[in-house]
Structures are given as C-alpha cells and as structure tokens.
Design a protein around this ligand. Structure first.
Ligand code: COA
Length: 260
C-alpha cells in the first residue's frame, strides 16, 4: 500500500511508524485511520519485526481526530457515521491488540484521539513540555472510543477530572497519572525511546505477545474469573522452545538466542 499519511522506516527488528500530516499536527482523517490500522496490523504479522515505535512528524505527535473531517459527519447517515466511528475504534484496538510491543514517542501535543493513541500503546515516552488533553467535551463531543484504553491506563479518578473538564495538562502530569511512563527533556527523547526498545529486545518475542494477551485478559477482572486462564497460560508457555531456550540460557549464564 502506498502511504500518504504515514512514513514507515524499518531498521532491523524495529519498525518506526511516523504520522505524517504535520500541516494539521497529524490530526487523523479517514485515510490516516485506514493506513495506520493496516500498517500496524501488517507489522504485527511479521516475525522479523520485534518492536514498533509510533511517533509524529513536525511539531506535534497528534492533534487527535481531524475536526474538519468530523464536522462533515453531520451530513452522513447514521449508518455511515457508525461505520466511520467503528473504523476509529478498530484502529485503537489494532494498536492495543498488536502482538508486538508498541512504544509511543510523544512530543509537542497529544490531544483527544492523539492522547487515546498514547493510551493504547504499551509504553509511552513524552518530551517535557508536550501538552496532553481529552479536549473532546470542549468541542461538544466525547472521548468515546478511546475511553477503555485511557481508563485502563489512568483510572477513573483522573479520567473523571480530565474527561469532564477537557483541560490540557503537561507531560509531568501525564507521567504522574500513568498515561505515559517517562517525561524527559526533548533532547533525551530518542535516547530514552531507544533504551525502551533495547529492554524490549531482551524479551522472548513469543513471551511478549503472550504477556500482552495476559494483560488484556486479566485487567479489571476478578481473580477467581481469571485464575484458570493464568494457570493454563504458564503451563502452556513454559514447555515451548522459546521458554526452554530462555531458561537454559539463564542457567548456562549466556544471553538467549533472541537477545541482541
Ligand atoms: N483537526 C483539524 N485541524 C487541526 C487539528 C485537528 N484536530 N488540530 C490542528 N489543526 C490545524 C489547525 O486548524 C491549523 O490549520 P491552519 O493552518 O489551516 O490554520 C493547523 O492545524 C495548525 O494548528 P495550530 O493550532 O495553528 O498549531 P499550533 O502548533 O499552534 O498548535 C495544537 C498545535 C495541536 C496544540 C493545536 O492545533 C490544537 O490545540 N489543536 C486542537 C486539538 C484538539 O482539541 N483535538 C481534539 C480532537 S478530538
């Protein structure tokens, strides 16, 4: 697929996906939603790719949904409107559900759906000074399809305040509430992202995919409801070739084969 709204750089096992619509601060319209969803899905199927880094070209990570595009939905039928909203929901789920770890590299601004994208990623690193916000209510709309990902990252208390006020906040606060993991000087942003990538590269690729599935299954569930699932997961994975290699490598005091 020829990409008009994204740039894709693959260096060895690391795929870097850049939102590339800087003139509107990487706001996403239908085409960007389609391209991003397909690109992330396809990267998830490639054995050669171990980590995905998501960033934005220009002065901001992502200004959320394209408001000109969203405004135009007033002329859509309800069916068309539902289809567009579903495509957006599918995008966030594709990020969240990717078998590869996804690291967000955030600078400038991550607002509305842009902040939702950050929440759907596994690990987010933000430059100090970047602004965040669930600004939807200030526009008369809702942080709807992003809400499951945001709630699971920041919890209901912070979400109540931020969803209801729509106020903007800074990277340090984003780190305090767990929307991002690290708030670092902009000059250090790439180095910290690379350090996350190199830590992720030490993990067994299958184990990482399974750990993501585990997190998805276990969050917000009662222990009794997930205990059987967790028992089956560990019983199944510890006998695999990858797990056996990982444990042998540790006991033989050598790095496992997948570690670079
Ligand atoms: N949808 C459509 N266009 C957008 C946009 C969005 N979400 N965000 C920014 N743009 C456009 C602006 O309209 C402007 O267009 P113009 O050059 O034709 O005037 C251009 O992008 C640059 O925006 P500007 O505000 O001048 O840039 P900035 O660098 O000063 O600020 C932001 C960047 C992201 C902080 C600011 O644009 C902003 O707050 N955007 C709104 C974000 C928002 O609330 N998103 C939630 C959507 S659900």
């Amino acid at each position: 697929m020829k990409l008009e709204r994204l740039e894709l750089e693959t260096t060895g096992p690391v795929a870097r996906v850049w939102l590339n619509r800087p003139e509107v601060r990487n706001a996403f319209d239908g085409l960007m939603v389609t391209e991003l969803r397909k690109t992330l899905f396809d990267l998830g199927t490639l054995d050669a790719v171990r980590v995905i880094v998501l960033g934005g070209r220009g002065s901001a990570f992502c200004a959320g949904g394209d408001l000109a595009w969203m405004k135009a939905t007033a002329a859509f039928t309800r069916e068309e409107n539902l289809r567009e909203a579903q495509a957006m929901a599918d995008l966030f789920f594709t990020v969240y559900n990717s078998p590869k770890p996804v690291v967000a590299r955030v600078h400038g601004a991550a607002l509305g759906g842009g902040a939702g994208l950050v929440a759907a990623c596994d690990i987010a690193v933000a430059a100090l000074g970047s602004q965040f916000g669930f600004t939807e209510v200030r526009l008369g709309i809702l942080p709807a399809v992003i809400s499951p990902y945001v709630l699971s990252k920041i919890g209901e208390s912070a979400a109540r305040e931020l969803f209801l006020t729509g106020e903007r906040f800074e990277a340090v606060r984003a780190a305090e509430i767990g929307l991002v993991r690290h708030a670092v000087p902009e000059d250090d942003l790439d180095a910290v992202v690379e350090s996350r990538v190199s830590e992720l590269m030490k993990a067994g690729p299958r184990a990482v995919a399974e750990a993501k599935a585990l997190l998805r299954e276990v969050s917000f569930k009662r222990v009794e409801d997930v205990q059987r699932y967790t028992v089956e997961r560990i019983a199944d994975i510890r006998v695999t070739a990858e797990a056996q290699e990982g444990m042998h490598a540790f006991l033989e005091k050598r790095p496992p084969k997948w570690s670079s």
